[in-house]
Design a protein. Structure first.
Length: 213
């Protein structure tokens, strides 16, 4: 299976569109989770309706998607490794995906500023039922000098200690895109409005497999 070329996000993350067969398998995983729900809400930061555990049967997603993209991430960013925790560039220890879940977010709900455990994390936009352009036109959003309704946002500190953010505005064209980033990167999801459909995303964390180290 060939994965498409990645794009850079401000020098700290990669995003790329997943092939259709991968997206199809992920939807099957989501269907299984709905039918066999194991809540993850108690261990996650999200102020959202539901987060359910996903099963990666035979490590298919981890082996075919995560590992190749981690290798690519390390190759692309190795020259700028000083900006990252150096542990993510260690080639001598095997990885494992220790958590894998799906979020079902309704309008007005949000995911506060947080980071994840481990070395790498990812988010996959499975269903985006709104368009950021329309969200920007909602009266209380339109009057703001920082319109961000429905956005996925990274927050970081620059070399001068200034707090900076990078917004990823979302619309249905983003469905099937996966963003891979260091787990320590702070990020958040702003609420969306005037939409009765759920926003569905998948996330996961990748750590060292110390049992095989």
């Amino acid at each position: 299976m060939m994965l498409p070329k990645v794009e850079y996000l401000r020098g700290f993350a990669l995003d790329y569109r997943l092939p259709n067969d991968v997206v199809k398998t992920l939807w099957e995983n989501i269907s299984f989770a709905r039918e066999n729900p194991v809540s993850q809400s108690e261990v996650l930061a999200g102020n959202i309706s539901s987060s359910l555990k996903l099963e990666d049967t035979d490590n298919w997603f981890f082996d075919n998607v995560c590992i190749p993209k981690i290798i690519e991430f390390k190759e692309i960013f190795k020259s700028g490794g000083g900006h990252f925790n150096q542990a993510i560039f260690n080639n001598d220890v095997p990885y494992i995906m220790n958590s894998f879940w799906v979020n079902f977010q309704k309008q007005h709900e949000f995911n506060p500023l947080h980071n994840h455990t481990g070395l790498f994390s990812f988010v996959i936009f499975m269903k985006i039922p709104y368009d950021y352009r329309e969200q920007r036109m909602i009266p209380h959003v339109k009057i703001s000098n920082t319109p961000c309704a429905g956005d996925f946002v990274f927050v970081h500190v620059d070399l001068m200690g200034k707090i900076c953010s990078y917004s990823y505005p979302l619309d249905p064209s983003c469905e099937g895109i996966m963003i891979l980033f260091p787990a320590e990167m702070n990020h958040q999801v702003y609420p969306f409005y005037n939409c009765e459909e759920e926003r569905i995303t998948i996330s996961g964390n990748i750590v060292y497999d110390r049992q095989r180290a």
